[in-house]
Design a protein. Structure first.
Length: 125
C-alpha cells in the first residue's frame, strides 16, 4: 500500500500515540537521571571516605621549626616522598558517561593548549 492510499489516523489516535511516546521518554529520562544521581552519590561517598582517611593519617599541624641554616654550607633539599593509597572498590562506571567525560576532558585540554599556543607557548622568551 502506498503512502498516498494509507488510511488516515484520527486526531485522537495520533494524540494517544504521542502521549504514549512522551510517557516512555519521561520514564527513560527519569531512569537515566536516577542512575546518574546514584553514581554521583557513590562518587561523593568515596571521596568523603578518602578525605577522612587522608585526614586520619595526616601528620600533626604543629611541627617544630627547622634548625637555622649554617651559612656557607649548601644544604641538600629534603627527599620527596609520596604516599600511594589503595583505591576503594568502585562499581562499574556507565561506559557512556565515561566516554562523555573523556570527550569533555579532551575538548577542555585542546582548548587549553590552543590558548597556551596563542600566547606564545609556556616557555619564557
Amino acid at each position: 500500500m502506498s503512502v498516498l492510499h494509507s488510511p488516515q489516523l484520527s486526531p485522537s489516535h495520533a494524540t494517544s500515540d504521542l502521549a504514549a511516546q512522551l510517557e516512555g521518554m519521561l520514564r527513560e529520562l527519569n531512569h537515566a537521571r536516577n542512575t546518574l544521581v546514584t553514581q554521583i552519590d557513590a562518587q561523593i561517598a568515596r571521596a568523603n571516605g578518602l578525605l577522612r582517611h587522608v585526614q586520619e593519617i595526616a601528620p600533626p599541624r604543629h611541627l617544630p621549626a627547622p634548625p637555622p641554616a649554617i651559612p656557607g654550607i649548601m644544604q641538600t633539599p629534603p627527599k620527596l616522598t609520596s604516599v600511594v593509597l589503595a583505591s576503594p572498590e568502585q562499581p562499574g562506571l556507565d561506559p557512556e558517561l565515561e566516554q562523555a567525560t573523556l570527550a569533555e576532558l579532551n575538548e577542555a585540554l585542546a582548548l587549553a593548549f590552543t590558548e597556551i599556543a596563542s600566547r606564545g607557548g609556556m616557555l619564557p622568551a
